[in-house]
Design a protein around this ligand. Sequence first.
Ligand code: PEP
Ligand code: MN
Length: 631
Amino acid sequence: MVVVLDHNIKESEKENLIVFLEQKGFRIKEIRGEEETILGAVGLIPMDLREVEILPGVARVIPITKPYKLASREFKKEDTCVPVGTIKIGGPRIVIIAGPCAVESKQQILEVAHLVKESGAAVLRGGAYKPRTSPYSFQGLGEEGLKYLKEAGEASGLPTISEIVSTEHTDMFSDYIDILQIGARNMQNFELLKKVGSLGKPVMLKRGPAATIQDLLMSAEYLLAHGTDYVILCERGIRTFETYTRNTLDISAIPVVKKLSHLPIFVDPSHGTGIREKVLPMGLAAIAAGADGLIVEVHTDPDSALSDGPQSLYPEQFEKLMRDIEALAPVLGKEVAKPPEHLPSTGPLISTAPIRTGERLQVGFQGEKAAFSENALFRYFPEETDSVPLPEFRDVFNSVLEGRTHCGIIPLENTLTGSIHQNYDLLLQYPDLKIIGEKTIRIIHNLIALPSAEIKDIKRVYSHPQALSQCTGFLDRFPNWEKIPFYDTAGAVGFILKKGNRANAAIASEEAGKFYKMKILKEGIETNSRNYTRFVIIAREEYFKVREPNKASLVFSTLNKPGSLYEVLKVLAEKSINMKKLESRPIPGKPWEEMFYVDVDIPKKFSIFSAAIDVLKKETEDLRILGMYKA
Ligand code: PEP
Ligand code: MN
């Protein structure tokens, strides 16, 4: 059964509850979700759930009807995300694992590693212990192979996966490898499952050639019951009467597993088909069907590969596969995961003062020094923060994702000109980044020129298009001035300074004028003085935890049926959750379909919010929390 805990449960109440359930014979596993904490009570013990329901600190009790418990959706509603090095597997991302069937030499694996990384793979595969049908075939390099794989992983910045075939090898694999693979032939080697599960590391469990989906989930249960929380399932083809392909790749297993289990499901189109030219179409089909990723065999010289050459992709075929997956991802509302280049040296940081003593916080913003974004940045962060100017909004996201900056700041909406859709779209494309804070600042525009210039000298005005459009009332008075869009307000001031022409002016902040030692010809030229821009702070969610958030930003699309938006609003109204914003946007890649952006206040009693989210998940499609933060 699943025991959902009250948000206000006392530590002593929780302990009593655990003792009570353990005395009944249950094994207890605690899961702290984003919205609620649950206890999974696993065991085949008949009992009246009401006995648990009445205990203090219990919000509700849900029975698990499936024979697999920890692996079931009944046990855990949210998708499991498996952290592997610097990336995550599962959720709104697609992870591509690639590499040779077997590690053949140090040089071979190093070459393939760089090549697949270059094309966009996020994890490196390579077998060192190969379970072969014939004892005379190449059996793998053993420990030497694992060493080479680790070296290649480190050299390319990719985490690694390799197949473990014996319980005697667990220590060795723990030393070298990030994800342990249980091969199809060992799916029901229960002693191996128990031992590997007990390591607590991520495990990829491949479906046996004659295993049902239920068999697969029962084997996953072995792994989960023995310690690990991180199992990745993998469909790799099953035996059927068909002989054209090596196996029959069961694509329908993907939506079936997605419904039954919270675990990520991968597809191996290489072993699934056994034929190189079938790997690309089946790989794309798997991603389209909802797979969380692929594991693909790639070789620099497949024709002389020591194992599985005929199904190994040539480098250029893999590159094409990655390009096609990149094109498919937005249609599915997903992002292809890439490992960050560097990680912040500060490591995990908690709270809104996310910095260790003696270390400066790096925050990226779009534009030049003294841009409005930088003003907002310094109003949110302490003075001893390093602001990092970046050319494009996407660069701000990338720098945070890749760990070159700890956080980023981006504008989301302006009271006069509305939402900055590009940034909303980027928030969706970077699911690993979350909003952790917000800052709204008043935008006061100024006409700025060279110190020697007067208003009568001006012929041209440079600024960001947003700024130009916010000052139309003033600019309309000078119909002869040429209005020239520039990528950044502060950058425009720097530009006219460099040009040194008294006929040029720029529209920017007072700070930008001061920064470049220019003259402010006219202050406050914005058409409407109620000109505010709301900025949000983005960060990798694992490094920043916001204590007691009071605002949340959500995005979802409604189910395609009458009254579906009304149903959503009804949920919020019934729970008395204050809505701050509601806006619709076309879904990129899905013509005529809309998604909705909603900002809400998080009630003091957090459980009201999480209960509302539970209902909303049923009433919407693809609900995502862009962030929970302090307004
Ligand atoms: C492999 O991935 O190297 C492999 C042998 O796959 P499977 O266990 O699915 O046959
Ligand atoms: Mn192989």
